[in-house]
Design a protein around this ligand. Structure first.
Ligand SMILES: NC(=O)c1ccc[n+]([C@@H]2O[C@H](COP(=O)([O-])OP(=O)(O)OC[C@H]3O[C@@H](n4cnc5c(N)ncnc54)[C@H](O)[C@@H]3O)[C@@H](O)[C@H]2O)c1
Length: 263
């Protein structure tokens, strides 16, 4: 299926994990891509991997930090200059921060999580939406988390930032649906990406695999999700077919967020 053929899509945090998996899925559907990441070496590797698999892909890579407003404005301008429009925006870059109880949380790390996960997502919306408004068409997918629906022990700034992403998604839908724009969020559960692998190291440095296995037991599916499983949903939400789902936060978590801890 090539539902994204000739669509221009910006993906932030594209160098690895969920961003890279979606970039590969979008390239397989013949989209034009702007890839954004602040990790230059990993971004280069991602670009090479995508072009090896899908050499026809029109691809622009930009090293940028989404928590810098000027940088975000610039990557949006460069995308429009290169491709003429922006059909889809996968507003994905984010960090987890460190794990600590609320009253002991390091304030500098707290602010950094908010700067990237909340302000970075907002800057993207601020500069991409006017382009989509002019086109009278656009598809936005913000990345929240199950931590944007529920609390998560020892992750106060992450949970605060992801609830904010879900809230901004609702407002984007309310304010811009009349311009042919849909804005939805995804709420992944634990998906096996480098970010989650690092969380298991924090939980059990001696045996992160044991921490992963134990964690999976609390999921009705008894396993973690794969980035490719998320990418399929994202590709749909970025496509023209996603025309009347708007302002939703969609859990992709193997059913886990429905549980009262009784599985
Ligand atoms: N993996 C999961 O289980 C999971 C669950 C829920 C939500 N999420 C969310 O999904 C998104 C992607 O997570 P992931 O697991 O793929 O993480 P990851 O760490 O594997 O990849 C994130 C990518 O974003 C980039 N990035 C981080 N901060 C950036 C910044 N300021 N500017 C530009 N690029 C930046 C990193 O360099 C990296 O390439 C995040 O928003 C995360 O909170 C992930």
């Amino acid at each position: 299926m090539s539902n994204l053929k000739n669509k221009t899509i910006i993906i932030t945090g594209a160098a690895m994990g969920l961003g890279l998996a979606s970039a590969i899925e979008c390239a397989s559907q013949e989209a034009n891509l702007t890839l954004i990441d602040f990790n230059e070496a990993s971004l280069k590797k991602a670009e090479t991997a995508i072009l090896e698999k899908f050499p026809q892909t029109k691809l622009l890579s930009i090293v940028a930090d989404v928590s810098s407003e000027d940088t975000v404005k610039s990557y949006v301008e460069q995308t429009v200059k290169t491709f003429g429009r922006i059909d889809g925006f996968y507003n994905n870059a984010g960090i987890e921060g460190r794990q600590a109880p609320m009253t002991e949380y390091d304030i500098d790390i707290f602010k950094k999580v908010i700067d990237i996960n909340l302000m970075g997502v907002y800057y993207g919306l601020r500069y991409v939406i006017p382009v989509m408004q002019d086109q009278k068409y656009g598809r936005i997918v913000n990345v929240a988390s199950v931590g944007g629906i529920r609390g998560v022990m020892n992750q106060t700034p992450y949970v605060a930032s992801k609830h904010a992403v879900s809230g901004m998604t609702k407002n984007a839908a309310l304010e811009y649906a009349k311009f042919g724009i849909t804005a939805n969020a995804i709420a992944p559960g634990a998906i096996l990406t480098p970010m989650v692998a690092e969380a298991f190291v924090q939980l059990n440095a001696a045996d992160p695999k044991a921490a992963e296995t134990e964690y999976a037991q609390s999921n009705p599916s008894k396993r973690l999700g794969l980035p490719e499983e998320v990418a399929k949903v994202v590709a749909f939400l970025l496509s023209e077919d996603c025309s009347y789902i708007n302002g939703q936060t969609i859990a992709i978590d193997g059913g886990q967020s429905n549980s009262y801890g009784n599985i």
